[in-house]
Design a protein around this ligand. Structure first.
Ligand SMILES: [Cu+2]
Length: 270
């Protein structure tokens, strides 16, 4: 009984101290957060960490406490009197607790974050704006961005490089395709790529012959120049050019986005 109390106190104190010490780390699992998806991912990671830490402390502390407290004393022979082969109450308790912890973490944050994600699909933004549609085409080894709502077929920056520009706080619907020169839905046309924006906490494979979608709302004004996490990166090995298959991007105010659209239209016309 005394051991249970000592162990319980040690467990609670150690867990509390480690939660407090490691809390700053847990809030930075996502190195850079710039979208609603990244915010919910970061929250989920920190929450799971806070639940997992006391479980980790329990297991490790039990090993150390058991080895130190119940070790065989000098001169003792045979099995320690503390040893037992099975304890139905403990097994039932451990199995039950594991089951409850797993079910709980499945419901929250996993399923609740999924539900939030699906609830944002095709929903208007806070100011009633319709989602911005960006057609993304991946090919070896380049990303193309076009904005069908604005008649922009290939967005580029002032150096002529492919560029993704998004307005802050407006939902975005990415339409993802692998390059098909003749639009024949030829599954051999290009290879599998993966559309990844680290700062947005999202990644979706781009598969030849399929049109896939990804939904996100940028929540922070940023750019590749400001932080390298804000970039488009291929995340599926797709050939020798794969490591360099990236594109710069920027998240800007809606006023600056409107200006950028006008500039791009001029570029398209020239
Ligand atoms: Cu790649």
């Amino acid at each position: 009984m005394r051991d249970s109390v000592v162990f319980g106190v040690l467990w609670v104190v150690l867990s509390a101290v480690l939660e407090w010490l490691l809390h700053p780390l847990a809030t930075h699992f996502y190195i850079y957060v710039a979208s609603n998806t990244a915010v919910s991912g970061q929250k989920a990671a920190a929450f799971i960490f806070s639940i997992a830490l006391p479980i980790f402390v329990f297991v490790v502390l039990m090993l150390i406490y058991g080895a130190a407290r119940f070790r065989r004393k000098p001169g003792e022979t045979g099995n320690s009197k503390h040893q037992f082969k099975t304890n139905k109450v403990f097994i039932l308790f451990w199995f039950g607790l594991s089951l409850v912890a797993n079910l709980f973490l499945f419901v929250h944050p996993t399923a609740s974050a999924e539900q939030y994600y699906f609830s944002t699909i095709n929903q208007p933004g806070p100011n009633g704006q319709q989602p911005l549609i960006v057609d993304v085409t991946a090919r070896q080894w380049e990303w193309f961005f076009s904005y069908p709502q604005y008649g922009i077929t290939q967005a580029v920056d002032s150096n002529g490089n492919d560029f993704l520009e998004l307005p802050v706080n407006r939902p975005v619907k990415f339409v993802l395709r692998s390059y098909e020169p003749n639009h024949t839905y030829d599954p051999q046309a290009d290879v599998i790529h993966s559309f990844w924006i680290p700062a947005f906490g999202m990644k979706t494979d781009v598969i030849p012959g399929l049109t896939r979608y990804e939904y996100v709302t940028p929540t922070k004004i940023t750019s590749t120049q400001a932080n390298q996490m804000a970039r488009v990166q291929c995340a599926e090995v797709c050939g020798p050019g794969h490591p360099w298959m990236e594109a710069d991007m920027a998240v800007v105010s809606s006023a600056n986005f409107a200006k950028w659209i006008q500039q791009e239209k001029k570029l398209q016309g020239s």
